[in-house]
Write a protein that binds this ligand. Structure first.
Ligand SMILES: [Ca+2]
Ligand SMILES: [Ca+2]
Length: 397
């Protein structure tokens, strides 16, 4: 299992091979939330508020729905917005995002955009005006434009936020990478982005994250084991990965789908992962038929990490039929939820179970069979792997 803040334990089912017919990327992404006006030329969404507030409260109200008081950065944007503002508020001032910190500082946009463009009314800004900027939208001639007025004044206001765009989500081939939009800059609010990765039939998708940083609970990446979001869930991820986090997740078939949802407020850096097609045979078990009087037994690849999706069987048979088998672990470390070593008191996994081990154990922990054969099954799930285990077995009386 992947460990990022929250997860749900996922069921893994066999997935059928994806075909091109399955790979229809639906346009799931409206660019703006409901009620906001999309300005495609400005890659922005705008919301004209009907209530009247002072400037600081208006800014907070915009932040609460995912934006800021609007900046106006070009004559084209001015012309686009004046229709929207005038229609809702033809008689009074409308707050925009321009303000000054104090009497001697310049006017600046609250969203941090540069103030290269301005449309002040005649004789504005005034030394006798306030620190916040209202917009008179009664247009025509010199009638419309900006005026600095007292921030305590109650006005209607206009909010702005970046429009949401999903990256091209359809990927195929033998390797590639996927990330949240804008990565490593913050992703947008209101995203519903679909990513589909398809590799050659007979191969699987191995996805390795090197960064994950989203708003815990509210901004979440869902991962599915198949060609669409109806496929079985592998996991879902939200929150902030630990430093140096680097983990992989594998599909059981030749496709994987990711779906990234963000809510209306608070964005973070997002996530980035590389993917590669891997062979179904890449994970393999060592020869598990062990016999004699004594010998070593380790997890596959030890002391390197074991692979995902293993079911490795070990059968230890003592040469002496009067002996019992004692196994002693000098090292044990597996993913505690999901990667398990089960010991059976006999020749098959249908023999009575001695114990199931996962997580960590003190060196020297040992178990003994009642007869001369012990069977072990090492099962690992689709993600997160550690060093595994190192043990020795010996025939005892
Ligand atoms: Ca959010
Ligand atoms: Ca695991």
């Amino acid at each position: 299992m992947l460990i990022v803040a929250l997860y749900i334990c996922a069921l893994v089912f066999g997935a059928s091979e994806a075909t091109n017919a399955d790979l229809i990327v639906e346009d799931t992404q409206p660019n703006c939330p409901t009620g906001w006006q999309y300005g495609s030329a400005f890659k922005s969404c705008y919301f004209m508020a009907s209530q009247s507030l002072d400037w600081p409260d208006a800014q907070v109200a915009c932040e609460n729905i995912g934006g800021n008081l609007a900046s106006i950065n070009s004559p084209q944007e001015y012309d686009f917005l004046i229709r929207l503002a005038y229609a809702a508020n033809p008689l009074y001032m409308t707050w925009i995002g321009l303000h000054a910190i104090n009497n001697v500082s310049p006017f600046q946009w609250v969203d941090g955009t540069p103030s290269n463009y301005s449309k002040w009314l005649k004789d504005q800004p005034s030394d006798y005006g306030g620190l916040c900027v209202g917009w008179r939208t009664t247009y025509g001639g010199d009638l419309d434009g900006w005026r600095n007025i007292a921030c305590e004044s109650q006005q209607q206001f206009i909010c702005k936020q970046s429009a949401g765009y999903c990256p091209n989500g359809a990927q195929s081939g033998s390797s590639g990478s996927v990330s949240s939009s804008n990565y490593p800059k913050n992703y947008e609010n209101n995203l519903n982005c679909l990513y589909q990765i398809v590799v050659q039939a007979g191969l699987r998708v191995n996805l390795t994250f090197d960064d994950f940083d989203t708003e815990t609970t509210y901004d979440r990446l869902y991962i599915f084991d198949g060609p669409n979001i109806q496929s079985p869930s592998l996991t879902n991820l939200t929150g902030h990965s630990p430093k140096g986090w680097n983990d992989s997740i594998q599909s059981s078939g030749n496709s994987m789908v990711l779906f990234f949802h963000t809510d209306t407020t608070n964005t973070f850096r997002g996530w980035h992962a590389n993917w590669a097609a891997i062979s179904l045979n890449e994970s393999f078990c060592p020869n598990g038929q062990l016999s004699g009087y004594t010998g070593p037994l380790t997890s596959p690849n030890y002391p390197n990490n074991y692979d995902n999706r293993l079911d490795c069987l070990y059968r230890i048979t003592s040469t002496s039929k009067l002996a019992r088998i004692r196994i002693t672990f000098d090292y044990f470390y597996t993913e505690s939820c999901c990667d398990k070593l089960t010991l059976y008191d006999g020749p098959t996994i249908h023999s009575p179970q001695i114990t199931t081990l996962s997580g960590t154990m003190p060196a020297g922990t040992n178990y003994t069979s009642t007869g001369y054969v012990m069977t072990l099954l090492f099962h690992t799930d689709y993600s997160v792997n550690y060093k595994g285990f190192s043990a020795s077995w010996i025939s005892v009386a």
